[in-house]
Design a protein around this ligand. Structure first.
Ligand SMILES: [Zn+2]
Ligand SMILES: [Zn+2]
Length: 123
């Protein structure tokens, strides 16, 4: 399966070949600030993810960086140093993905504007 995505302005693209896993909604403070709310993403091995266009990397912490489009600001990808995996935003994908959210993570940082009521596991 190949997943394809683009940022809002279309300058940056994303292609994921093969299996993606661990679709999750992250409620951590960094995801909230960079995405504007909850960041829904899935992961795939680095070698199966192709990132196109002028994606700009921001070192959000000592252990990870976040890639965004410098034109429209879309938050697209995340990678932890030494993990060999890329996490890509589900919101950037075009068309049907076959992916389903599996869990909520970092819910201790969740904003008080909503409750999680989908019954998925929370951590
Ligand atoms: Zn863009
Ligand atoms: Zn997060």
């Amino acid at each position: 399966m190949t997943l394809r995505g683009r940022c809002l302005c279309g300058a940056c693209g994303l292609r994921v070949e093969g299996e993606a896993s661990a679709a999750s909604a992250c409620h951590c403070t960094m995801c909230r600030k960079s995405s504007g709310h909850v960041r829904a993403s899935a992961r795939a091995p680095e070698e199966s993810v192709t990132i196109e266009g002028p994606v700009t990397w921001f070192a959000a912490s000592e252990s990870a960086e976040r890639g965004f489009c410098p034109g429209c600001g879309a938050s697209m990808v995340w990678r932890g140093h030494g993990e060999g995996m890329v996490s890509f935003a589900l919101g950037c994908l075009d068309g049907d993905t076959g992916l389903r959210l599996e869990k909520h993570i970092f819910t201790a940082d969740k904003g008080d504007d909503h409750e999680i009521a989908d019954g998925l596991p929370q951590s």
